[in-house]
Write a protein that binds this ligand. Structure first.
Ligand code: SOE
Length: 386
């Protein structure tokens, strides 16, 4: 397979990130199949038409049902709001298309399982968009752990901190509506932490959580411009139906202990996605705001140089680095999507499932829902219960 014809549903934030990746891949990853940007789909003809022209899609369409049924599409890329994922994925799988779906996979664990089942029944490839795995510094952390260089892992400590809805005048956008988003900071940000935890340390065994919605009523939006939306002028308000912040503790299957904090109320933190892992032989620290770096500590270092050191993950020894610039020339947020989609395209070429796939989406959703159950029932919840 030398070319993959893509049909994409959604054209906002993630639509732009994915489009940018499709455009860059032939230039920097010439060995991957070429993504052909066949058609982009959105509800507003004007909006999607503008996006198609700006992002470089051959065609703009408004009916996703027609799009997923077309013979000239191999892969359906779903980055519409979360409540639309399931219906589109099921129809696309039935039409025999490979699937690429943004996180969280669906609004509920039951829906996620339906999506996995549909993809498996159709025999198509399925990928979920957990892009942070694909930062070279995160891949380095994984390699150090897999090679046993951090020894037995004791702790995984992670935070995803944002502050874009702290102003009570910020409007009730779709991300604050449970019917559309499933949950708030928990599913939007916590899902990434859970995925990183699973990727780096392994499966979680049990969880206990707490959450809060600090601003319970907000102005209705006058424009749905995502993270920079504006409130309505007529003073109409509506209830916030998702969490502003969710925190939880976890025990991993391996016996390691985890702590997770996802919030949109951490003033001053625009997008702090950070973790620290402590093992018997060493530790690593990652902060997405300095995404090219991994702080590394080894207990075996000489006594006079003990301490964390900064490794810049831009050398040929680091994942994906050779495709880019000479050592020391850093990369950014958009590159995580490029690496993720390279994995997807190569999986199609090699006729194997990409990683992470819908199984990972289901397992992440099981943890998200176990935390919600724990909060509702005020108790530890085992992942096996889900
Ligand atoms: C907004 O909170 C958001 O863009 C998330 O939806 C993304 O998944 C995360 O990567 C950054 O923040």
């Amino acid at each position: 397979m030398n070319a993959v014809r893509v049909g994409m549903v959604g054209y906002k934030f993630m639509g732009k990130a994915h489009s940018h990746a499709y455009r860059d891949i032939p230039m920097f990853f010439p060995d991957a199949p070429v993504p052909v940007m066949q058609a982009i789909c959105g509800r507003s003809a004007e909006g999607v038409g503008r996006a198609a022209a700006q992002f470089g899609w051959a065609e703009a369409v408004t009916d996703w049902r027609e799009l997923v049924a077309r013979d000239d599409i191999d892969l359906v890329d779903i980055n519409a709001p979360s409540d639309a994922h399931k219906e589109i994925a099921l129809a696309a799988a039935r039409a025999g298309k490979h699937l690429f779906c943004e996180k969280p996979l669906a609004l509920t664990l039951a829906d996620s399982r339906d999506m996995l089942e549909a993809a498996e029944a159709a025999g198509v490839k399925h990928m979920i968009g957990f892009n942070y795995r694909f930062a070279p510094a995160v891949q380095l952390a994984r390699k150090l752990i897999a090679e046993g260089r951090l020894g037995r892992i004791h702790h995984f400590r992670a935070v995803f901190l944002q502050d874009w809805i702290m102003d009570p005048a910020f409007p009730l956008v779709w991300r604050l509506d449970k019917k559309v988003a499933g949950s708030g900071a928990h599913g939007d940000l916590g899902a990434h932490l859970i995925d990183l935890a699973r990727f780096l340390v392994g499966e979680l065994k049990e969880v206990v959580g707490m959450s809060e919605t600090f601003v319970k009523e907000r102005p209705l939006p006058s424009s749905m411009t995502g993270l920079s939306a504006h409130g309505s002028a007529d003073g109409a308000t509506g209830p916030v139906t998702v969490d502003d912040a969710t925190l939880f503790l976890a025990r991993f299957e391996s016996g390691a202990l985890g702590s997770f904090e996802a919030t949109r109320f951490a003033g001053g933190h625009r997008c702090t996605n950070a973790f620290e892992i402590n093992g018997s032989l060493g530790s690593v620290k990652f902060d997405f705001e300095r995404m090219n770096e991994l702080q590394v500590y080894f207990t075996g270092d000489d006594a006079d140089v003990q301490g964390f050191r900064r490794v810049l993950a831009t050398d040929p020894a680091h994942a994906y680095a050779e495709a880019w610039w000479p050592p020391g020339h850093t990369i950014g947020y958009e590159h995580t999507f490029i690496h993720e989609i390279v994995e997807l395209l190569k999986s199609l070429q090699e006729n194997r499932q990409p990683v992470p796939n819908f199984h990972d989406g289901v397992l992440c959703q099981a943890v998200l829902e176990a935390v919600e159950r724990s909060i509702a029932e005020k108790r530890w919840v085992s992942i096996d219960e889900m």
